[in-house]
Design a protein around this ligand. Structure first.
Ligand code: SF4
Ligand code: SF4
Length: 227
C-alpha cells in the first residue's frame, strides 16, 4: 500500500505533518481492529477554522482509504471538546497524543503537550484510525526535553511537575491540570487576553522553532515581559 502517496496527497491538501503509527497498545476494545493511527497536524492555532480544515483532511483520508477497501474511524480535533455533544465521548477511545508519539511526530513535553522538533507545541492535531496495511513510522517513546525546565520554572500556577514523559510510564503525572484550570479561571474574570499559555510560548521548540528556519526568535525575557 502506498503510504508515501497518502502522506504527500494530504500535505498537498494542507496538512503540515502526516505520520502513521501502530496504536494497538492504546486502543480500547471497541476499536481493536483499527491498529494504525494516522496523525494529522496543521501549523495553526486551534480555532474553529482550523477545526474545519482538520475535519476536511480527515474526510479526504477516510475517502481514500475506503476506495482502497479499508475501514477507518476519525477522532475529531481537540476543539470539539468545547462543544457539548456526543462526539466528546470519542476522545477517551484514543488520544491525539498517542497517535502523534506512535507516529514519531513528537513527544509529550514537560508542559503536557505534544512537542514537535520543528514546530514545538504550536500545532493542532487530529487522528484517523484504520485497518489499512500502511507502513508505520518509527515511534518516539521518551521525552526529548532533556535538562530544559523553562515551563516548570515559569508556570505561574506551579502546575508543571517537571516529570519527564515516557511511554513506559503512562500514568506519571506531568501537569497538575486542576492548578492550571484554577489559575485560568481566576484570570478570565479580568482579562480578555489569552489567559495563560506561557508553557507554550516559553518553550524553546515553539519559540525558536529550534530546527525550523522560519521560527520566531523572541528571547525568554521578551516573552516573560509580555506575559
Ligand atoms: S497554561 Fe499557564 S498555568 Fe497552565 S500549565 Fe501552562 S504555564 Fe502553567
Ligand atoms: S519548555 Fe523545555 S521542558 Fe518545557 S516542554 Fe519545552 S522543551 Fe520541554
Amino acid at each position: 500500500m502506498d503510504t508515501e502517496y497518502l502522506k504527500e496527497y494530504l500535505k498537498r491538501k494542507g496538512a503540515t505533518l502526516v505520520g502513521v503509527g501502530d496504536v494497538t497498545q492504546a486502543l480500547s476494545r471497541e476499536l481493536i481492529h483499527l491498529t494504525k493511527g494516522i496523525s494529522l497536524a496543521m501549523n495553526r492555532g486551534l480555532t474553529r477554522d482550523t477545526n474545519q480544515l482538520l475535519a476536511g483532511l480527515q474526510k479526504l483520508t477516510q475517502e481514500w482509504l475506503k476506495k482502497q477497501g479499508y475501514r477507518s474511524f476519525s477522532i475529531p480535533p481537540d476543539s470539539d471538546r468545547w462543544k457539548d455533544k456526543l462526539i466528546t465521548r470519542l476522545y477517551p477511545l484514543v488520544s491525539h497524543k498517542t497517535a502523534a508519539t506512535c507516529s514519531g511526530l513528537g513527544w509529550i513535553g514537560k508542559n503536557g503537550l505534544i512537542i514537535n522538533e520543528f514546530y514545538g507545541s504550536k500545532l493542532s492535531w487530529s487522528t484517523v484510525l484504520t485497518d489499512a496495511p500502511l507502513t508505520i513510522d518509527r515511534p518516539i517513546t521518551e521525552s526529548q526535553c532533556g535538562d530544559c525546565d523553562l515551563c516548570v520554572k515559569h508556570c505561574p500556577s506551579g502546575a508543571v511537575t517537571g516529570n519527564n514523559w515516557s511511554r513506559r510510564d503512562p500514568l506519571q503525572e506531568i501537569v497538575r491540570y486542576e492548578r492550571c484550570r484554577s489559575l485560568k479561571g481566576k484570570r478570565r474574570h479580568f482579562s480578555e487576553k489569552p489567559n495563560c499559555g506561557l508553557c507554550i510560548t516559553i518553550c524553546p521548540y515553539s519559540r525558536n522553532g529550534l530546527r525550523h528556519p522560519t521560527g520566531n526568535r523572541k528571547s525568554e525575557q521578551e516573552i516573560l515581559q509580555k506575559s
